[in-house]
Design a protein around this ligand. Sequence first.
Ligand SMILES: *Cc1c(COP(=O)(O)O)cnc(C)c1O
Length: 377
Amino acid sequence: MFTKNIQMVDVRGQYLNIKEEIDKDIQEVIDSCAFINGPKVKEFQANLEAYLDVKHVIPCANGTDALQIALMALDLKSGDEVIVPAFTYVATAEVIALLGLTPVMVDVDLDSFNVTADIIQSALTEKTKVVVPVHLFGQVTGDMDEIMQLAKEHNFYVIEDNAQAIGANYKHHNGNISKSGTIGHIGSTSFYPSKNLGCYGDGGALFTNDQALAKMLRKIANHGQAKKYHHDVIGCNSRLDAIQAAILDVKLKRLDLYCDARETAASYYDTQLKDIEGINIPKRESKSTHVFHQYTLRETTGRRDELKEYLKEKGVPSMVYYPVPLYEQEAFKHYDPNIQLKATEKLCKEVISLPIHTEMNREIQDIIIEAVKSFYK
Ligand SMILES: *Cc1c(COP(=O)(O)O)cnc(C)c1O
């Protein structure tokens, strides 16, 4: 069979479609020599604030820094507990540990891959100071309204790890719509090249509607200074550079189109794969749109690794996000040696993500779909 070179993400194909604009804007930054904190960064910041309808966007160097800076801004002390899903990318828990805080890992919902208000509630203690819902694979965590209500009652902060869900819409109980990442006290995101809004290097950002928090976040990202050479708090050096901001600005204008392209591809997968015995297609959260950073299936017959190998032989790449629960990782084992979370363990054995990106076409998708179908024949 004639197989194209199929990729998980087609960063190059996307670039070629917007090359002229990208190249021109990169050249403008080089001509200006305003590489750091120049007007281009401010411009992108303002455009992202408008897109998200959020008061403050604070650009920074990457998504991991964004999470770290968010935690640093919250006046926490050693031993304070931060609730985090065990089924996520390591960055979410890593920064908690790095700051001497205690990661409290919780399970996720088997169908949505996200935490729920109930799961969080049962993990709350006197020491809980922060909860970090991760909007995994591209949809907003189930009931953010309930989580924010819990936060009010139990006095903790909510940081949304929005690295995978930028552009998703969350529908509140009252019918209002919020952009993913603007519901909690702070939201963070990553502009890593393969993310839904990705640059051509590293980048990240923080979002908040709280003026005082915004000031603190900005200060921490800039060596703890609001005024040059006056350092009020211990901070770090975390900047988005102007070339990346220029690239992001071009892509931000197309983010909704990109989200639609991913959704179209996902819906096509859904219709073609839904009836296969042994495969569960991804469940949509009822209160969120899905921007499909990943299209993730559950292989329920215990043959996930076999399927992955089979697809590979057919020239179809796939990925396992994530193969190991965070609490089983060597670096995290000591926090809670006896922990076992049912859904997390099951998902680590069952999940498999298929290629999905903005340049996807039917021809490529049909090859992938046929390959999956033939595995079960
Ligand atoms: C990508 C990612 C991060 C980290 O972002 P970087 O820019 O790579 O530091 C954090 N959390 C989640 C859920 C991610 O997917």
